[in-house]
Design a protein around this ligand. Structure first.
Ligand code: PLP
Length: 431
């Protein structure tokens, strides 16, 4: 490891926020050409989601035509407030990608989680000869299909939001579903899942343990399908479809992305699947005109530690004296995805880390300026535009990743915590 990375590692272990630019990044064409997963796989995933639209529309009428997508919103008042708070001009325009308000499961994890369950259901039904690609998939909501799926089990390990997405869609289709929840998972998420007939198993350890236990228990049962957040190609591809949808939204908003109009995207990172899949899709579409940054809590910096040390296997933040305890429950992950680490190594532009206090401030500021409710994990992407020097032609997209289902009374406590921190800056107690 070179001297610069040694110093960075030292800052990370002291829990100080850092910004890391990826020196091993290759051109998008070079990096993408080395991967087994291709653009055709993204299109295949998008087409599969299209086939399921009649079913999704039937089961979840809150979606628009069975498409699970979120708005891209300009947030100019937030931009002004951030410039003021951080005493820094942000070059270019600022947008929020509101996966915080994705229908059905209220987080970015709905993209991958729902996709993988739908793919599994399609595979089972086709193998049984009761479904073909030309069928209207709305028929999968009929009682005989629910009956068919109820013979099969689905399991997943989660810090909360992946469990919500997989639990909700699996039980709607009729599967027997078990979610193995880490200690970080919030009580309201477990309660919501149980109310939908999902079996929730709780662990007093972190996410790695919940995943390992889920994997082990499922392996012993041939009818059980384990959704492996640490390694799944299907989850990854489900997330990647967001890039096609974003292209459409940017076109509709007449936002140009080219070598004179760069796009900057800030993606909260837990195990890495969601930000990895989206980066993969975006780099295929926008090539080197898109700059993708992952964001991790200072207490859970597993991806940056993996990329700095080259240790993707078996790495856990605790080996560096870091506790993996953060209010950003979706990002409370101690070991990075191996699949994503290998891809991210040459593809992403960088990573920054953020403290929990900063998350709460940004969460409150977004509500004050734009009236948008997000959870702490989802606030992580908001800091990005204040950390880089970019041209006035730049477009910044902060990916807000969760919040819709957060109960109001819990959100209210978070908001007031953030407000308290912001007020203490004004009165000079802090900063
Ligand atoms: C709200 C939220 N944001 C971001 C993420 C990060 O996704 P990943 O763990 O795939 O990196 C998660 C993961 O659960 C999440 O719940």
């Amino acid at each position: 490891m070179n001297e610069f990375n040694e110093k960075l590692l030292n800052q990370i272990t002291k829990l100080n926020p850092v910004v890391w630019q990826n020196k091993k990044k290759e051109t998008s064409d070079q990096a993408l050409s080395k991967l087994d997963i291709t653009y055709t796989d993204i299109i295949d995933a998008a087409e599969r989601l299209n086939r399921f639209r009649p079913l999704i529309s039937n089961l979840f009428p809150e979606t628009v035509n069975g498409i699970i997508e979120s708005p891209l919103l300009a947030i100019p008042a937030m931009k002004k407030a951030m410039e003021n708070l951080y005493q820094k001009d942000i070059g270019g325009r600022l947008y929020l990608k509101c996966d915080s308000h994705l229908k059905i499961a209220g987080s970015i994890k709905a993209r991958g989680g729902i996709y993988e369950v739908l793919k599994h259901a399609e595979t089972l039904a086709m193998a049984a000869g009761i479904l073909s690609p030309e069928d209207n998939y709305a028929k999968l909501a009929q009682p005989q299909f629910k009956d068919f799926f109820s013979r099969y089990k689905i399991a997943v390990g989660s810090t909360g939001n992946l469990g919500l997405s997989i639990g909700i869609i699996s039980s709607a289709l009729g599967f027997q579903v078990t979610v193995h929840m880490s200690a970080d998972a919030k009580e309201w998420k477990k309660k919501l899942l149980r109310s939908k007939g999902v079996t929730v198993i709780e662990y007093s350890e972190d996410y790695s343990k919940a995943v390992a236990e889920g994997r082990k228990q499922c392996a012993a049962d041939p009818d059980c399908y384990f959704i492996d957040d640490e390694n799944s190609k299907d989850l990854f591809l489900g997330y990647s479809v967001a890039a096609l949808r974003l292209l459409d939204q940017l076109n509709k908003a007449s936002i140009t992305v080219d070598d004179r109009h760069p796009l900057y995207v800030y993606l909260p990172c837990g195990v890495g699947g969601a930000p990895g899949g989206i980066t993969f899709g975006l780099k295929h579409i926008f090539k080197d005109n898109v700059n993708c940054y992952f964001v991790e809590p200072t207490h859970s910096p597993c991806m940056i530690l993996g990329l700095l040390t080259g240790k993707y296997d078996q790495l856990h933040v605790r080996e560096y004296g870091i506790d993996n305890i953060t209010e950003a429950d979706g990002l409370a992950v101690g070991s990075p995805s191996k699949l994503v680490s290998h891809i991210a190594e040459k593809l992403i532009d960088g990573i920054y880390t953020i403290s929990d206090d900063e998350l709460f401030k940004l969460l409150a500021l977004l509500n004050d300026t734009e009236g948008i409710k997000i959870e702490p994990s989802a606030a992580a992407g908001l800091l990005g535009p204040t950390l880089l020097d970019t041209s006035q032609n730049a477009t910044h997209i902060c990916w807000a990743t969760g919040g819709l289902l957060l109960p109001d009374e819990i959100y209210s406590d978070m908001y007031h915590k953030g407000k308290g921190l912001l007020n203490s800056i004004k009165t000079g107690i802090n900063r």
